[in-house]
Design a protein around this ligand. Structure first.
Ligand SMILES: Cc1cc2nc3c(=O)[nH]c(=O)nc-3n(C[C@H](O)[C@H](O)[C@H](O)COP(=O)(O)O)c2cc1C
Length: 296
């Protein structure tokens, strides 16, 4: 991985295929080289190639995308994961990621997402299958510092270090913090110190982290960024035009106005604190039709 490897974080409901296609030029301009898909369920009986993220689309791509696309899976059943990985490999995907970070109690209490951190045997089996099917250096894991404490991942590093992972992305919060509160960069650094695989930092990293003027300690080989990129979009001069395209592409993909409205509101919500959007958001969040939504 080179020093400018910038990965778009998976954000379910936002950084979808349609989003990545409409905003492809901006993603390239900012320097993104890879995107991890929002999670796809690796449950017995589900075919990942039928998921909208990976399903061959009837619609032509809006822009040819140069982003490496890494499908992400969530689950705790190694054989279901094996099936998913074999399917995506057969469709030409060369990398895959395992979600070990989803913080929602409904998910983690069932041992999925960040819940896997509490079942090391399951984590071991999932990493075994991932590295075996995708091959060494082609399977990555995205996780948090822990469920309740910031040293839980650190305790698991001897296990993680046994596997030839492509990288380990660490969102520097606990699951209990959800998406709020400060990231713990000291705890992240402790993980980096013992990791034998590349560690990709994640969590509230400003886009300016990419500038060459940033202190060298903040220049790891790769970074993952999600919400700061979304917030940056809201301040772009061409955002109105981009949003028009997003509406149009979403209408072509979805049935009816309601899901399009829902999708657009998910994105606009990231801009509610920006001066230009504060008032617009108050109107947009109440909109019941696309005409009402068009506040830009
Ligand atoms: C609405 C939303 C959806 C998310 N969906 C996923 C997901 O599908 N898979 C995943 O690994 N992380 C998911 N995340 C976590 C992000 O990928 C990322 O770890 C987190 O937002 C911190 O990074 P950031 O501050 O750069 O956004 C989601 C976060 C949000 C807010």
């Amino acid at each position: 991985m080179n020093t400018r490897h910038l990965i778009l974080a998976p954000l379910r409901g936002v950084t979808l295929r349609c989003f990545r296609e409409v905003f492809a030029d901006v993603l390239a301009e900012v320097g993104f080289t890879e995107a991890v898909t929002p999670f796809i369920c690796a449950n017995p009986g589900l075919d990942p190639l039928k998921d909208r993220e990976l399903k061959p689309s009837n619609l032509p791509p809006l822009r040819p995308s140069n982003l490496l696309l890494t499908p992400q899976f969530i689950g705790k059943d190694p054989e279901a994961l094996r099936f998913c990985l074999e399917r995506i490999k057969s469709a030409g995907y060369e990398t895959a990621d395992l979600n070990c970070g989803c913080p929602f109690p409904m998910v983690r209490n069932k041992g999925r997402g960040s819940g896997i951190l509490r079942t090391p045997d399951v984590l071991r089996r999932m990493m075994e299958v991932g590295c075996e099917v995708m091959g060494p250096g082609r399977f990555s894991v995205k996780t948090r510092l822990g469920v309740k404490r910031t040293d839980e991942l650190l305790q698991l590093m001897p296990l993680v270090n046994e596997f030839p992972l492509r990288f380990l992305t660490v969102h520097a919060r606990t699951a209990e913090q959800m998406y709020e509160g400060a990231c713990d960069t000291d705890a992240l650094r402790k993980v980096q110190e013992v990791a034998k695989v590349p560690v990709v930092p994640n969590g509230d990293l400003p886009l300016s982290t990419l500038q060459p003027s940033s202190p060298p300690t903040f220049q790891p080989s790769a970074l993952m960024i999600g919400r700061p990129f979304l917030r940056y979009l809201g301040g772009r001069a061409d955002i109105g035009e981009l949003l028009d395209r997003y509406v149009e592409a979403s209408r072509a993909e979805l049935h009816g106005e309601r899901p399009v409205l829902g999708r657009l509101k998910e994105l606009l919500a990231y801009w509610k604190d920006l001066p230009d959007w504060r008032r617009r958001w108050q109107i947009a969040k109440m909109a019941r039709s696309l005409d009402e939504l068009k506040v830009w």
